[in-house]
Design a protein around this ligand. Structure first.
Ligand code: HMG
Ligand code: MG
Length: 309
């Protein structure tokens, strides 16, 4: 078991990418600030992906613009275009994302696994030139909504390719939360034959309430980086039925039980979760005018007010 764990908070990206209504820039920035205040030092702040595919991430440039300190903010990029946007925004860390299954790769990024790895090569060159760190993701490591069961060897192969390409860390994603402690252990033991455990992270969605048991196994296998989302936000637009990421508070409770240090303040984290839940409960037009739909809301409200209703 590690004595210290780094939590990668994915709520502002993996969490909000799945919300029906895009969240206002100011609210995302406040959410990130509250997460930072809680002691989280790695936070996914958005994604430079196609707004036609994932409109919820369309304001990532504005979120970054509003954050004076970009240290520890990670942004997803699928290709050179996304990487250029990240460089222009002054991002210091990006994440490229591949999959262990062909079905998910096609649905999520519209290309095969091999094509995605080819697309990442120029991204890695750009990152090196601009001193940007690159994290890698492998999705569907314990099951795919399109292809079913996934062989641990397939996970190991993509993980090694991402690591050899220059990803300093590869996060293994149980995208639809079908993993069990046994399948988690078997998958990790296979991946560890090819990539040092220090370069691995785990990323569980909590669909079947098994994420914490699976994380316990990952810790036993020596993994010391865990992805999670405040208030259990999340899902994936290309994995129907995938519920939220494991709740960061639940991860903190496990670490406390196991006497593993995280540097995160549970009370402040709870407050960050409460804040974003209150934002998500508001109608879009009340959560701020920075999204076009919200701007229409404000115009409507101004008109409504002027009529004396
Ligand atoms: P495509 O349609 O195949 O791309 O999409 P294309 O190259 O043919 O371009 C089509 C249009 O997209 C063009 O615009 C491009 O300029 C534009 P048009 O000429 O039609 O106006 N485009 C872009 N725009 C903004 N940013 C870009 C970009 N690239 C092209 N970077 C693409 C391919 C990868 C872009 C698309 O499939 C996409 O954006 N997919 C997003 C998928 C996504 O964000 N999924 C969620 C994140 S992954 C996840 O949640 C799993 C994870 O949490 C781990 C786990 O749980 O397992 C990480
Ligand atoms: Mg995810």
């Amino acid at each position: 078991m590690p004595s210290k764990v780094r939590i990668v908070e994915v709520g502002p990206r993996d969490g909000l990418q799945n919300e029906k209504t895009p969240v206002a820039v100011a609210d995302i920035v406040t959410f990130i600030q509250k997460l930072r205040d809680a002691g989280l030092q790695s936070i996914e702040g958005g994604a430079f992906v196609s707004a036609k595919w994932v409109p919820q991430m369309a304001n990532t440039d504005k979120v970054l613009d509003a954050l004076e300190d970009k240290n520890g903010i990670v942004v997803l990029v699928p290709n050179e275009k996304g990487m250029q946007a990240a460089i222009d925004a002054g991002v210091k860390e990006v994440a490229v994302f591949a999959a262990a299954s062909e079905g998910f790769s096609q649905k999520n990024i519209n290309c095969s696994i091999d094509e995605s790895l080819e697309r990442f090569k120029p991204v890695m060159d750009m990152a090196k030139k601009h001193g940007v760190k690159v994290r890698g993701y492998v999705s569907c490591v314990l099951g795919c909504p399109y292809d079913g069961d996934i062989a641990p060897a397939a996970v190991a192969e993509v993980t090694k390719k991402l690591y050899d390409m220059g990803c300093y860390e590869v996060s293994l994603g149980d995208t639809i939360g079908t993993g069990t402690p046994d399948t988690t252990r078997a998958m990790l033991q296979e991946v560890k034959k090819h990539v040092l455990v220090d370069a691995l992270a785990v990323h569980f969605h909590d669909t079947h309430d098994r994420a914490i048991d699976n994380i316990r196994v990952a810790l036993e296998e020596g993994v010391s980086v865990v992805d999670s989302a405040a208030s259990g936000l999340g899902g994936c637009p290309y994995a129907e039925g995938a519920t939220g990421n494991v709740d960061t508070l639940k991860v903190l409770a496990l670490m406390e039980e196991l006497k593993i240090e995280t540097g995160v303040d549970a009370a402040k984290l709870k407050e960050a979760g409460r804040f974003i839940r209150s934002v998500l409960q508001k109608p879009a037009m009340l959560s701020g005018p920075s999204h076009p739909k919200n701007a229409m809301g404000w115009i409507f409200m101004a008109f409504w007010g002027a009529q004396g209703f």
